[in-house]
Write a protein that binds this ligand. Structure first.
Ligand code: NAD
Ligand code: UDP
Ligand code: UDP
Length: 323
């Protein structure tokens, strides 16, 4: 029988489910998985993601887009699951905080139930926010964190922490092959222009010639990872043997203050923008930098894109988006 005549269920291609696949990171992951020869089922409720992010993939014969909310059960047949569904920027996850916690917790139960029935590996997109406002610097995976359980960021931070608990209990109790990664601030094309995150805010403000909004005095730090580096790390994690469960930090250890970031964006856009200082949001972490020793050792992964180069690509994306 020729390949073309073969019913699709006999395809030898790996079938990969990406929840939150129409979002910023998910859309890049879907594209890379297709390039690697997998079939991709992208599931998204379009809360923050858009069809536009996956528009170039829609005509691909191995790509399927399904509108679905993962807080509801999902019965599909796949060989691997990447669970990314969850709003990630503070303005979006605080818009409907109860739904944010439900997505992380109830959504995790459903996706773990799916993985358990299918006996397939499942990767959780966890976050550096599990470390909260860290008392240890840089953050290693064995640090338990410093998180406010009842503040405005808690729906996200505690939701993600509970999801990690569920993942490790499904592993202990049901023998699931789980892969937990903790993603540090990531940026790149397909970020939502109004998501309030610092990289998109600064670039959009600079391109519009508006003031750059610095919260607090701008000396707080973050470490910014370009999305292509992150997606490579995610796929390397999924490819590890079943006994590699994580958690593993994925991020760029280069640490910058918000003032330094603003200066870089102004220089690279050639904008005339001035700095405008606004109050620091509640529970805003002072400092954040990943220790990626474990990722280097267990995944053979490292970052390759410098902040300046990643910003150039991201600025080009926003320039086109804003017309
Ligand atoms: P994003 O908001 O662009 O993507 C999240 C996607 O999930 C969106 O497409 C959204 O519509 C979808 N979604 C939300 N709730 C859903 C639900 N209940 N059912 C189905 N789909 C749902 O954010 P992102 O930056 O691409 O983040 C992706 C994942 O990575 C998230 O889990 C986030 O917590 C994690 N993460 C991101 C960062 C970062 O810097 N971007 C850092 C740490 C962790
Ligand atoms: N689930 C799902 N898809 C599946 C299998 C399970 O969405 O293919 C959901 C199911 O609705 C359940 C959850 O996953 O609520 C957890 O499943 P599990 O088997 O762990 O628990 P149980 O069904 O025993 O409560
Ligand atoms: N921030 C800022 N100006 C902005 C948006 C954010 O100074 O317009 C600061 C914010 O207070 C935080 C840092 O930038 O200290 C990173 O914020 P973001 O929301 O991107 O990520 P997170 O706080 O979740 O790491």
């Amino acid at each position: 029988m020729t390949a073309a005549a073969r019913p699709s269920r006999y395809s030898t291609k790996k079938r990969v489910l990406v929840t939150g696949g129409a979002g910023f990171i998910g859309s890049h992951l879907c594209a890379r998985l297709l390039e690697a020869g997998s079939q991709v089922l992208c599931v998204d409720n379009f809360f923050t993601g858009t069809r536009g992010n996956v528009a170039p993939l829609l005509g691909h014969p191995d790509f399927e887009l399904m509108r679905h909310d993962i807080t509801l059960p999902l019965f599909v047949e796949v060989d691997e699951i990447y669970n990314l569904a969850c709003p990630a920027s503070p303005v979006h996850y605080q818009f409907d905080p109860v739904q944010t916690t439900k997505t992380s917790v109830v959504g995790a139960v459903n996706m773990l139930g799916l993985a358990k029935r299918l006996k397939v590996p499942i990767l959780q997109a966890s976050t550096s926010e599990v470390y909260g406002d860290p008392a240890v610097h840089p953050q290693t995976e064995d640090y338990w964190g410093n998180v406010n359980p009842i503040g405005p960021r808690s729906c996200y931070d505690e939701g993600k922490r509970c999801a990690e608990t569920l993942f490790f209990d499904y592993r202990r109790q049901h023998g699931l092959a789980i892969k937990v990664i903790r993603i540090f601030n990531t940026y790149g094309p397909h970020m939502h222009p109004n998501d309030g995150r610092v990289v998109s805010n600064f670039i959009v403000q600079a391109l519009k010639g508006e003031d750059i909004t610095i919260y607090g005095d701008g000396t707080q730090t973050r470490s910014f990872c370009y999305v292509d580096d992150l997606v490579r790390g995610m796929m390397a994690m999924m490819a590890t043997p079943d006994d590699v469960a994580g958690p593993i930090n994925l991020g760029n250890p280069g640490e910058f203050s918000m003032l330094e970031l603003a200066e870089a964006v102004i220089a690279l856009t050639g904008a005339q923008s001035q700095l405008k200082f606004l109050p620091l949001p509640q529970d805003d972490p002072r400092q954040r930098q990943p220790d990626i020793t474990r990722a280097r050792e267990q995944l053979g992964w490292d970052v390759s894109v410098q902040l300046r180069d990643g910003l150039v690509k991201t600025i080009a994306y926003f320039r086109e988006l804003l017309g």
